[in-house]
Write a protein that binds this ligand. Structure first.
Ligand SMILES: Cc1cc2nc3c(=O)[nH]c(=O)nc-3n(C[C@H](O)[C@H](O)[C@H](O)COP(=O)(O)OP(=O)(O)OC[C@H]3O[C@@H](n4cnc5c(N)ncnc54)[C@H](O)[C@@H]3O)c2cc1C
Length: 354
């Protein structure tokens, strides 16, 4: 699915992307040039066809080289999905081609919204009617793909006395302020920053959905499914690295390698079938379980790579790929919905955490 030049570029730049040694500005252009953003978008809308499961596969393939690149890809592709599932045709027509070409960065500030949907926290941005639109106040504490040369960010917005809604906020909105990049453990070239909104005026032409409570559950399978691509890619890569190191002296690890590979394949299949068959629309529990399972497989695969490699993994000269994957794996449990949130939700639904 990925072309050779993108694979080569990701391979060469993965460490620099993780450590912030490469300007994140160029990343989206590389993804767009390889046309990976178009998977799962209908040809009539400028896409390559297929469905959201093809988008998951593209993100997984990128993640097997670089989780920073995969997460930026997720932010952009999730934003594209919001437009595909929006009834605001004018907004889609205005933004989609620039997003597919990587000329415009789409950021997804919907972690807060997903927590809101699960009853975990209040929406962080509040609107008050103003002229033909709204006046906005609030903050989004974490958003990725806030390219310094410009971005549009999707947020769910509270409207006291009426339904919360979902809107796209362009970076040139007066009153919308981007912080400096947050200083992170890894994924440093991901253009991750906070947003403050102070009296910004937004017109109705930026509306993605006027009823967040029915729209968010509809987009959640794509939001979460695309995110699962990150765990899949990381797990595949660590398992491939481990396999290449399983000599006779380490054959004791073979059973574990096989079990993890089988589990990964089963979870990938369940995700693909669920997305294609629209099985996740009825309720979030099966998808939550897949997300928890994939996070565990990814963490175990990175640890297996360490054991298969031995002390060499600890040497800077040999272990930089492993060290990066170890840092990357720390992101998987905390990205929303975090494992703690998911397990709390499963408990609420009376389900045992997988
Ligand atoms: C690299 C990275 C990129 C991210 N990109 C996005 C994105 O594009 N879109 C998006 O919507 N979300 C993004 N997030 C946010 C992520 O999805 C989670 O919402 C976030 O990790 C907090 O989850 P939590 O469950 O720990 O939060 P909570 O349970 O809300 O927080 C746990 C504790 O951490 C504290 N805390 C949380 N965040 C901060 C902060 N920024 N500064 C100081 N203290 C804090 C809280 O006050 C609380 O005490 C990103 C997170 C990371 C690490």
């Amino acid at each position: 699915m990925l072309d050779h030049s993108l694979c080569q570029w990701l391979d060469a730049q993965a460490d620099a992307l993780d450590r912030g040694l490469l300007d994140g500005e160029v990343l989206l252009g590389q993804l767009a040039a390889a046309d990976v953003l178009r998977h799962g978008v209908a040809p009539a809308l400028g896409g390559a066809g297929g469905d959201v499961a093809d988008g998951v596969e593209a993100i997984a393939e990128v993640a097997s080289y670089s989780l920073t690149a995969a997460f930026v890809f997720w932010g952009q592709r999730a934003f594209i999905e919001y437009l595909l599932q929006s009834s605001n045709v004018g907004l889609r027509e205005r933004l989609l081609e620039d997003l597919l070409q990587g000329r415009r960065a789409g950021a997804t500030g919907l972690s807060n919204a997903m927590k809101f949907l699960s009853g975990i926290e209040q929406l962080g941005v509040v609107a008050h009617p103003h002229d033909a639109g709204w006046r906005l106040e609030g903050a989004l504490p974490w958003v990725t793909n806030l390219r310094k040369s410009g971005f549009t960010v999707a947020a769910a917005i509270d409207l006291p006395g009426a339904q919360p809604f979902v809107a796209a906020l362009p970076d040139d909105l007066p009153g919308l302020l981007r912080s400096d990049d947050l200083q992170l453990l890894g994924l440093q070239s991901s253009n991750t920053a906070a947003i403050r909104i102070e009296g910004a005026r937004l017109g109705r032409e930026w509306l993605i959905a006027d009823d967040a409570r029915s729209y968010l559950p509809r987009v959640r399978p794509a939001f979460l499914g695309l995110q699962c691509g990150m765990s899949i890619g990381l797990a595949r890569r660590s398992l491939a690295e481990a396999k290449s190191l399983l000599s006779d002296a380490r054959s004791v690890l073979e059973g574990e390698w096989q079990a993890l590979s089988d589990e990964l394949k089963a979870l990938e299949r369940a995700l693909r079938d669920g997305l294609r068959g629209d099985h996740f629309a009825a309720g979030p529990v099966p998808l939550f379980k897949i997300r928890i399972g994939l996070a565990r497989v990814a963490a175990d695969a990175v640890q297996l790579e360490l054991q298969a490699s031995g002390g060499k993994a600890y040497l800077q000269a040999h272990g930089s790929g492993f060290a990066r994957r170890l840092r990357e794996s720390a992101f998987v449990p905390v990205v929303t919905p975090s494992l703690v949130q998911l397990r709390s939700q499963l408990r609420k639904h009376g389900e045992l955490a997988a």
